[in-house]
Design a protein around this ligand. Sequence first.
Ligand SMILES: *[C@@H]1O[C@H](CO)[C@@H](O)[C@H](O)[C@H]1NC(C)=O
Ligand SMILES: *[C@@H]1O[C@H](CO)[C@@H](O)[C@H](O)[C@H]1NC(C)=O
Ligand SMILES: [Zn+2]
Length: 350
Amino acid sequence: MVSLTRVALVALGAAHGANAWGELGHAAVAYVAQKYVTPEAASWAKEVLGDTSSSYLANIASWADKYRLTDEGSWSAPLHYIDALDDPPTNCNLDYERDCTAEGCSISAIANYTERVADTKLAAADTTEALKFLVHFIGDLVQPLHDESYELGGNGINTTFQGYSDNLHSDWDTYIPDELVGGSSLEDAQGWADSLAKEIDSGDYKAQAASWIKGDTVDDVIATATRWAVDANALVCTVVMPDGPDAFAEMGDLYPEYYDSVIGTIEVQVAKGGYRLGNWINMIYKEKITHGEEKPGKGKGPGKEHPKPPHPGHGGDVLPHPRLPPRANLARAAMGGSCCSSERRGEHRH
Ligand SMILES: *[C@@H]1O[C@H](CO)[C@@H](O)[C@H](O)[C@H]1NC(C)=O
Ligand SMILES: *[C@@H]1O[C@H](CO)[C@@H](O)[C@H](O)[C@H]1NC(C)=O
Ligand SMILES: [Zn+2]
């Protein structure tokens, strides 16, 4: 069944591909997280966000996607993803040093905002911003196509889903989850999160949930977030495009066969994102808020104090072959990172 929302989104054309995990996915990650946040950490987070409601994380989970589409927030667009320069389906890999550019990426952003949310020298508005970004980016990171550069994270792979012309990225972000849940409201997200949390507590995910957060530490955010991104990137080869990107041209409608082959992974990823986010907030509260001062002289932190030079080939030639690494830089530039009219900026991909 096709919902009105979906029709409306399709009618908006390019804009519909702009969401990252649609609102449903981000809100579900947030609601799952809320279940695992300790009461003390929850009080702190509610205070930071100025929201004591029972949806305090879900309410702001998609804020970053709206912000990056404004002129004021366009600088933050590259922070929603990391473009792994790999070669699916035969070779998936992600390398923080190689793949995170001077403009930043999801991993450096998680490091930055983990520091900032606990920085008592910052204004309240900055701390609030930091937590809003964290809730969003930890959600983005579990979407495999946010950890992948091929065809702009799958935005350039044309697909058909339930009769609509789509692209693979928006199918993963929005249409496949919406089909599963049957809507994209906060209530829908909460219902989905309830069932995912049940799987974590006593169902299918019980045995694996501990591994999702194993080794996570706010003392080395880059290493932790890189592990999360590597985990999701591997799924590009095994689940997202196991037969390679060219297979989509022959596939016909992604519903129901492709949908059936990926929906279980999408559920696990949303559960994982929520479980990690809840644990992350707990760790920030415990290690960085209640224990007060950060230890001085730590080498980790937000990193990127000396930004690396961009990938070789930055701003270079437009090569026809889609698999050459410099294309990722061109894509990034096209998304407003370093150039382009505001019209082009409306086409942000992730
Ligand atoms: C950290 O976040 C602030 C506030 O959003 C931003 O201005 C700054 O550029 C970020 N720094 C890094 C290194 O990402
Ligand atoms: C994908 O679709 C877009 C427009 O919907 C079109 O411009 C583009 O050429 C298509 N790409 C391929 C590879 O078919
Ligand atoms: Zn995003």
